[in-house]
Design a protein around this ligand. Sequence first.
Ligand code: PEP
Ligand code: MN
Length: 341
Amino acid sequence: MVVVMEQAARASEVAALVAKVESMGFRVHLMKGEERTLVGVVGDGRPLDRGQIEAMPGVDKTLAVLRPFKLASREMHPEDSLIALNGSKVGGKKVAVIAGPCSVESRSQLLETAHAVAQAGATALRGGAFKPRTSPYSFQGLGVEGLELLAEAREETGLPIVTEAMAPEQIPLVAQHADVIQIGARNMQNFNLLQAAGKAGLPVLLKRGMMATIEEWLMAAEYILSQDNPQVILCERGIRTFEPSTRYTTDINAVPAVKSLSHLPLILDPSHGTGNWEYVTAVARAGIAAGADGLIVEVHPRPQEARSDGAQSLRPEVFEELVRQVSQVAVAVGREGPIRP
Ligand code: PEP
Ligand code: MN
């Protein structure tokens, strides 16, 4: 339920309401808007006497939140959420472009990529130090050394770091080096990991599971939000369909659907969505045209030598062109690109 306070409600009236609701065993999430305060009330499904709440001083009305994902829902939080990322914001007018290699492979590979994407206008640097690989014999990432290299790349370029944690016990280490914790598609329903990431207090980039419905994805976001961490960025990265000619199928429909159901920012991953570098720029343009708040794109200085996802990685000059084109599309749909087109 959302309790809408009167425009003239006093702070003491809001505090009295919060105390009352908490004493009844419900959790409260305060949202102070420009004009009025909304109080989100979340419980375990037990009914709450709306008449009793509406009778309290300063309360205008109550609204039921019908969706099972309460904190993630737009019913609960009508305004778009903005997530601060090192001076810029994800979810605002300006679209964000996170770029970098699939995996951190070496110091020279990472720094070369980091400088190139920074130069092209990227908002943040991505790179996996812990890699979820289908085969146990494939490169699993450099681990701690990879995290240290990412921190060094941030020092050199000023770009904030987005990197994946695969297990709850990795969270403290990842949080020490990262600006955003990525939860991979294969871990979208690893509920212990979601709760641990939520507790770290950093923004969390939550990828959609390859076989997850939008509702399951938003329920996964709810696990993070319910740790009192409002900083969740959703990432559509393609789902499994019957179509084998691309790696996954980018669910463009998910962009307007999620923007309508949720206040959380949503970015698109055209690299994993297509699996083919030749399709990445076109799908990136489509994502921004459809209303995504940004992109996450794999870039490698020598894709043919990449230890993971080389086939979908862009060479730096191709990435630069992607940023140019995406910036034009952003302007065409009333947004701003990472660069002035
Ligand atoms: C990645 O970002 O490199 C990755 C492994 O992505 P996903 O979890 O979407 O497969
Ligand atoms: Mn990858």
